[in-house]
Ligand binder design. Structure first.
Ligand code: PGA
Length: 254
């Protein structure tokens, strides 16, 4: 059985006060959920130390929104996987569509970040997903397979034994246009089938999260789908009550 995972992606949001209030509200919710579902927040790098101090010793896990391929050196502005690990991160999101788009990260670049995260003890959360145009053209799985294949080529299928996948249709991110549970389930099951063509055991175990306007209203039905193992949540993860409802939906479907 795959344990559900609900992960917040705060993106470029937060203040010292809002982060303190949010983490303090989420710690008891994560503790209560922990037997059935894992709860994590991915924070802007400057807040990770604060999250560590607030959440240490609780069941709330935390991670970064990106990570560099290098562990140290002359790479101004980057955050290395070893630094993130030192601040207690469990997860590192890699290949979010906003990074792929605004920072021109290629599939190969994302695969290298995935490898660096994993080699340094972080669990990479590999984001995959198609644009609206690609969706309309029926190219979803072509895009998603290419994103997965770059990682399989560099790190091997067995690397997914220690990774998380997040399917995030770009047209659903921050738009309020959630993929229907049927559309999302179909892609999730196609992703699992694709991975199973390399290794059935790894495919059966890997957590595949849904992301893209996942909120308190849409989470219950999404999480009831057979191949949806939780959510990567942007906007709704910034409000404690909304995020707690999403956690409750994951617990109810565990
Ligand atoms: P959203 O973002 O929930 O605000 O749509 C999800 C994401 O980009 O991870």
């Amino acid at each position: 059985m795959r344990k559900p995972l609900v992960m917040g992606n705060w993106k470029l949001n937060g203040t010292k006060d809002s982060v303190t209030a949010l983490v303090n509200a989420l710690v008891p919710a994560a503790n209560d959920a922990s037997a059935k579902a894992d709860v994590a927040v991915c924070a802007p790098a400057v807040f990770i130390g604060m999250v560590e101090n607030l959440a240490q010793g609780s069941k709330l896990l935390w991670g970064s929104e990106d990570c560099d391929v290098h562990t140290s050196g002359a790479y101004t502005g980057e955050n290395s996987p070893t630094m993130l690990k030192e601040f207690g991160c469990t997860y590192a999101i890699v290949g979010h569509s906003e990074r792929r788009d605004y920072h021109k990260e290629s599939n190969e670049c994302v695969a290298a970040k995935y490898k660096a995260a994993q080699e340094n003890g972080l669990i990479p959360v590999l984001c995959v997903g198609e644009s609206e145009q690609e969706f309309d053209a029926g190219k979803t799985m072509d895009v998603v397979k290419a994103e997965l294949k770059a990682v399989i080529d560099l790190c091997g299928i067995e690397s997914f034994a220690n990774a998380v996948i997040a399917y995030e249709p770009i047209w659903a991110i921050g738009t309020g246009k959630t993929a229907t549970p049927e559309i999302a389930q179909k892609v999730h099951s196609d992703i699992r089938a694709y991975l199973a063509s390399f290794d059935a055991e790894v495919a059966a175990k890997v957590q595949i999260l849904y992301g893209g306007s996942c909120n308190a209203k849409t989470a219950p039905e999404l999480f009831s789908q057979a191949d949806i193992d939780g959510g990567l949540v942007g906007g709704a993860s910034l409000k404690a009550d909304d995020f707690k409802s999403i956690i409750a939906a994951a617990v109810a479907n565990a």
